[in-house]
Design a protein around this ligand. Structure first.
Ligand SMILES: Cc1ncc(COP(=O)(O)O)c(C=O)c1O
Length: 475
């Protein structure tokens, strides 16, 4: 497909600008050039170009997108509508706070809801992704010990069922990562935990539900043991759509956590789009939160910025990804407390229903009820037929279903990770199961058909490593 520059024809225009009512200003050569190098196309050329491009992609509005760990759920259009209101899209981050009270009210109201949902005491909405939230939360832990003059706490414990960003964030913060294996039921191995606890432990990060989709059953015991040696507990709350309205990390004994607004509330996660990873903490860490915090001034009746000299500093330019916050607030307000509780119930029900429909052909690593997502292993199918997890995933594309996450988590061989999400209908789950079970049959009868999939996509099987490392972005 040609780029806009390749179809450009001198003199064509897609819009007509009104005559300016201010004097013309000529940019100096060298700044952007006398005439910016922009493609010149007509309106139909422009519309057709982008429509053709959009048809080459698969999005949450096209069909089921059960990409485990990413929560690619259908996003209600009312959330997009709210984020597109001119009062929100036209606000400038350098605007004076007295001229941006509405936007500050959005951040403050959302903060209050997130604190209620999490059971925490204080929050920042600055981080722009889940991993960015992890980094910020761990910096709070670091600052806490530094302020106490406790420099020996250099270790962060991370179970092997944690999301991959957890150990990476700990390393970025200068901690040493101590990995502990899972037990037979894919929870934290309590014996292994005991072995690594000591006064050099700064804290433990727990992804809950973990990357296998299981709720950590020993959570109270774990937090008691880590606190007993003086460590702090970090909750990776990116999977909150499994527990919101049911249980709160603050009540479970965690000291700090992050949310993924772009997974739990609105805004789909995958594809590198905008994110928001607020960090909430208990009172003992609140002075270290990034500057500035937004507070309501009762005497003057407005929102103000508050600075703490113990703060870890700013973690992003300005205040974070504002439009993602507006969408999250719209989602929370439109569902209400009871609606959020129902959403997490359906997320868990949907995952268990789909698991039950396919588990005869695609076994799960542990015979347990899952939370909002589950992992199947295709190791046996590969041994029997040569058909891999990748081949089944590619075949789903031919059936109008986005592939689940492949080869993750690493502790399961030939893994496919499904997260149907709460917005998928029962019929849609049954369709995914029907296709998966049919593919299992085809894999045995005609493996080459599955191995050569997809047959309908514009691009079939790119060299994924080269595509990621040396992408060809034009032509
Ligand atoms: C459990 C968990 N933790 C952390 C992250 C990282 O979030 P992000 O990709 O926004 O950095 C994710 C992302 O999917 C996740 O699922």
């Amino acid at each position: 497909m040609k780029t806009l520059y390749e179809i450009s024809k001198s003199g064509l225009r897609a819009c007509t600008l009104r005559t300016a009512d201010v004097p013309a200003y000529s940019f100096k050569r060298g700044l952007i050039g006398e005439k910016p190098n922009l493609p010149e196309v007509s309106e139909p050329m422009l519309v057709r170009h982008y429509t053709a491009l959009s048809k080459r992609a698969f999005g949450v509005d096209d069909g089921p997108y059960p990409l485990g760990s990413c929560t690619m759920k259908y996003n209600p259009k009312i959330d997009e509508y709210a984020a597109n209101l001119p009062g929100f899209t036209n606000v400038h981050p350098l605007q004076r706070s007295d001229k941006a009270q509405g936007s500050l009210a959005v951040i403050s109201t959302l903060s209050a809801y997130l604190l209620e949902i999490s059971g925490m005491d204080a929050i920042t909405l600055q981080p722009c992704a889940g991993a960015h939230g992890e980094y910020t939360g761990l910096q709070l832990i670091r600052q806490y010990f530094l302020m106490r003059g406790d420099k020996k706490r250099t270790k962060i414990i991370v179970p092997d069922s944690a999301h991959g960003t957890n150990p990476a964030s700990a390393v970025m913060c200068g901690f040493e990562v101590v990995s502990i294996p899972s037990d037979a039921k894919n929870g934290v191995n309590m014996e292994e935990l005991k072995k690594v606890l000591g006064n050099d432990v700064a804290g433990m990060m727990l992804t809950n539900p973990n990357t296998l989709g299981f709720f950590e059953k020993n959570i109270r015991q774990i937090q008691k043991q880590v606190h007993a040696v003086g460590g702090l507990m970090y909750y990776d709350g990116a999977n909150l759509n499994a527990i919101m309205g049911q249980a709160r990390p603050g009540d479970m004994g965690f000291d700090v956590m992050h949310f993924n607004l772009h997974k739990t509330f609105a805004t789909p996660h995958g594809g590198g789009g905008p994110g928001s990873g607020p960090v909430a903490c208990k009172a003992l860490l609140q002075d270290f939160l990034p500057n500035p915090r937004i507070v309501w001034n009762d005497r003057l009746g407005d929102y103000r910025f508050k600075y703490s000299d113990k703060s870890i500093g700013k973690v992003t330019s300005f205040y974070g990804n504002f439009s993602v916050m507006v969408k999250a607030l719209a989602y929370i307000v439109s569902l209400g407390g009871a609606g959020l509780k129902k959403a997490s119930e359906i997320a868990v029900l949907n995952a268990n229903y789909l698991k039950a429909l396919i588990s005869e052909n695609y076994p799960t690593p542990a015979n347990r009820h899952c939370m909002h997502e589950f992992v199947v292993s295709l190791e046996k199918l590969k041994e029997e037929t040569g058909v891999s997890a990748m081949d089944i995933a590619k075949s789903l594309i031919d059936n109008g279903i986005h592939p689940p996450t492949m080869y993750f988590p690493l502790i399961v061989h030939e893994a496919l990770m499904f997260e149907p999400t709460e917005t998928e209908e029962k019929e849609s789950l049954e369709r995914i199961a029907e296709v998966m079970n049919e593919l299992y049959k085809v894999a045995h009868e005609n493996p080459d058909q599955v191995k050569s999939a997809p047959h309908s996509a514009v691009i079939s099987r790119p060299d994924e490593v080269t595509a990621a490392r040396k992408p060809i972005l034009r032509g």
